[in-house]
Design a binder for this molecule. Sequence first.
Ligand code: NAD
Ligand code: LMR
Length: 342
Amino acid sequence: ALQASFVPKIKPRQRFTNQLQPQASTYKVAILGAAGGIGQPLALLIKMSPLVSALHLYDIANVKGVAADLSHCNTPSQVLDFTGPSELANCLKGVDVVVIPAGVPRKPGMTRDDLFNINANIVKTLVEAVADNCPDAFIHIISNPVNSTVPITAEVLKQKGVYDPKKLFGVTTLDVVRANTFVAEKKNLKLIDVDVPVVGGHAGITILPLLSKTRPSVTFTNEEVEELTVKIQNAGTEVVEAKAGAGSATLSMAYAAARFVESSLRALDGDGDVYECSFIQSELTEMPFFASRVKLGKKGVEAVISADLQRLTEFEAKALEALKPELKASIEKGVAFVQKQA
Ligand code: NAD
Ligand code: LMR
């Protein structure tokens, strides 16, 4: 079955108790950039997971208060705070999943690529520490531009000799969450049932919802396909403009990232039925990194679901070709950024 929402296997009441949980709380999760717009609500949602034994919060400032606040929730995980580079190694030791939303968000008029100059360095420095302290962890990259920050992460890990492509994920769950929401609204479907695979990358036209592969099976007119595709591709910009200078999506992003963390933890815990879309190193197309549906297992990506790219509609096939030059350029920019500093 496909996961339509995160934590689907936990009864609502269990999320808010300190009673013994049916699942053991055994996993340690670190958030780098934990005091930020995404970091704070994401930390709260992860604090609700019965699978988490420790939640390590890292930021360059303001993380002590966030941790003190969260630590009063009567859920199993212990919350620890880490401030600044001198505490980063301790934050990462023994961690199973590292989530990275550190970096600056867009303002109106900016593309995600306009964040490259600042965020590339932030991600590179943080990933060097990940490589040194928890090289076996699943790494979830949220910081934009994801199409470049994921290749940056891969290059840093390669330089450190610890790259496992199965454990590096660009978080594109928000694109799926949005696609599911917009399709359910448009077609009057029960939200919980709708699942739309979104492939490609995470910026503008590189975001390609495969509406023809929507489950349950739905038919769309050509106009609906065009309208929904553009709405999904521009959803990030819609939020940036609505926030008018105060940042980009944080709450829906935290929801989406928490779903991806929970899926990763369930996979680590041996659940054999975990599927998510993610931007990963890939051989599905000629692009070296590509977002698609993957099966998650204890060792990370267990299988790439190639069926979604078969029997595309003419619209999807054209859109797939059209996104490749931009996606390729963004990937190469990330790779070159690390290699030229070597
Ligand atoms: P924010 O400015 O509210 O928070 C960012 C946090 O990162 C801040 O607390 C800041 O102190 C911290 N930070 C900065 N430099 C750091 C460093 N060197 N080490 C550790 N922490 C550091 O921004 P936000 O709204 O939380 O967005 C964060 C990033 O996520 C942005 O790049 C944004 O574009 C991206 N984003 C991605 C998606 C996605 O779908 N992948 C969705 C939304 C936002
Ligand atoms: C999003 O899709 O909301 C994020 O990538 C943030 C942004 O800049 O749009």
